[in-house]
Design a protein around this ligand. Structure first.
Ligand code: SF4
Length: 222
């Protein structure tokens, strides 16, 4: 699959590791995928595989912000594993008020905007597993801070995951000492494994071997 290298398309692969939390840094599973498979995609399958293969039940799973998808948070939490992952900060993506500036009112199933106006539920998007809330367009179009909130002429929209309760659970871990310690351990013990694999064990390239019916073996060569 193409990956960018100086703007040109090249063939590339990603290696994915599951590493235990001890000082020995035992690699419990390794997977090589085409570069088009994002880091976060195999997380739940790898977790299932590791639990089944090694007959273990982890209490927490730790990853960087690339792993902080709603799907991963939901899957881990539903499996009884605490998802210690950062949540991408969407504030940097545009100049408008982020969703975090809108207060959710569970009693009335609506959001309250920074100008204290309600955004009632507008629709459900099943394919995206999102609820859509929208403010009254007349209020928004007359709002003194509209330029900081939305360009829409039909009123500001807010999206809420069907699984928002798991996102809130994960957010609540972030200030805890346990979470901070786990993230620190990951950075100092787990993350260097990728560089060590390249520099000490010559795992810079993978050759995938095909049988007549399937992709069945992978090895490293340099
Ligand atoms: S633009 Fe609409 S949603 Fe945004 S602060 Fe103003 S009234 Fe509230």
């Amino acid at each position: 699959m193409p990956a960018t290298k100086g703007g040109a398309a090249v063939l590339g692969y990603r290696d994915h590791y599951v590493v235990d939390g001890g000082k020995a840094r035992i690699i419990l599973s390794a997977l090589v995928t085409p570069a088009s498979i994002m880091d976060n995609t195999p997380m739940l399958d790898l977790t299932d595989w590791v639990c089944e293969r090694w007959k273990i039940k982890p209490q927490i799973a730790v990853g960087d912000s690339k792993y902080g998808t709603v799907k991963n948070m939901t899957g881990l939490e539903q499996a009884g594993i605490k998802a210690y992952v950062p949540i991408p900060d969407l504030r940097k993506r545009n100049a408008f008020y982020p969703a975090e500036d809108f207060h959710y009112d569970p009693e009335h199933n609506q959001y309250i905007c920074p100008q204290s106006h309600p955004l009632p539920l507008l629709s459900r998007r099943k394919s995206e597993e999102m609820y859509v809330y929208r403010a009254d367009k007349k209020l928004c179009n007359a709002c003194p801070v509209k330029s900081e909130c939305t360009k829409s002429k039909s009123g500001r929209h807010i999206f809420r995951s069907f699984h928002q309760e798991y996102v809130e659970t994960v957010k609540a871990y972030h200030p805890t000492p346990e979470y901070q310690k786990a993230m620190s351990k990951r950075a100092f013990w787990g993350e260097p494994l990728f560089g060590e694999a390249k520099d000490f064990h010559r795992l810079r390239r993978f050759r995938l071997l095909f049988s007549s019916s399937s992709l069945h073996s992978l090895s490293s060569f340099d």
